[in-house]
Design a protein around this ligand. Structure first.
Ligand SMILES: [Zn+2]
Ligand SMILES: [Zn+2]
Length: 225
């Protein structure tokens, strides 16, 4: 059975999935490679123990240190093609902000980063068996076109920025679900929330704040829809 370790970084969470194989999910903002390596070391692991660096999406606070890490060790990387333009240009591109607060926050989240072309496109995989892990991949667009979620045999779901925890980027009430500040397509986002609810996870891990229970998301979604 696999285990999820949260790696809290400056403004986002990365995750280590430890199981039959070890997979890193997301790499934080630019310049956070060392923090990630330290977090791996705490579990007795090095970059060379990873079979894959998987990205929930291509924003700079999730893809920011990928180039730095793969320069140290050539771990294969994966991203959905919907966000490929971000990975190749090292920029988020135009981001739709939903609130005044998000416009204030934007310079923090919208940093340029070192481009890196992923070896694998998530579009070509429905699971991670090729990388040694019993986990399913789901395309869950809306926050960005290339957003994906990962379900594990442990009942854990890692869902990136589909939702966000609490207020001020998860600093307060982190386990209370809410909309992320940035939404590319609200219709698609709602369908993706329904997808992850249908998957019936025990714990839902997000890019900012979290984790959530199934019932916390279901109750919140009933109110907003
Ligand atoms: Zn994002
Ligand atoms: Zn994010």
């Amino acid at each position: 059975m696999s285990r999820v370790h949260r790696i809290p970084l400056s403004i986002s969470n990365a995750y280590l999935i430890e199981g039959a194989a070890n997979i890193l999910v997301d790499t934080g903002s630019p310049g956070e490679g060392k923090k990630i390596i330290k977090a791996l070391e705490r579990q007795g692991l090095q970059l060379s123990d990873l079979s894959l660096i998987l990205h929930t999406h291509g924003h700079s606070d999730h893809y920011g240190s990928t180039h730095e890490l793969v320069k140290l060790h050539p771990v294969p990387t994966m991203l959905h093609s919907g966000d490929l333009h971000m990975a190749l240009s090292g920029s988020n591109g135009p981001i739709a902000t939903t609130t005044f607060f998000s416009r204030l926050l934007r310079p923090l989240v919208d940093k340029p980063f070192q481009p890196h072309k992923p070896e694998h496109l998530a579009d070509n995989f429905s699971d991670l068996s090729e990388f040694g892990l019993n986990a399913m991949l789901h395309h869950t667009p809306g926050h960005s076109e290339g957003s994906i979620s990962i379900t594990l045999d442990s009942g854990d779901i890692i869902m990136g920025d589909i939702l966000m925890g609490g207020m001020m980027g998860g600093a307060f009430l982190p386990t209370r679900p809410g909309y992320h500040y940035f939404i590319e397509d609200r219709e698609k986002l709602h369908r993706s929330i329904e997808t992850i609810l249908q998957l019936r996870g025990d714990r839902y891990w997000v890019g900012h704040g979290g984790p959530f229970t199934y019932s916390a998301i279901a109750r919140w979604y009933e109110k907003v829809i």
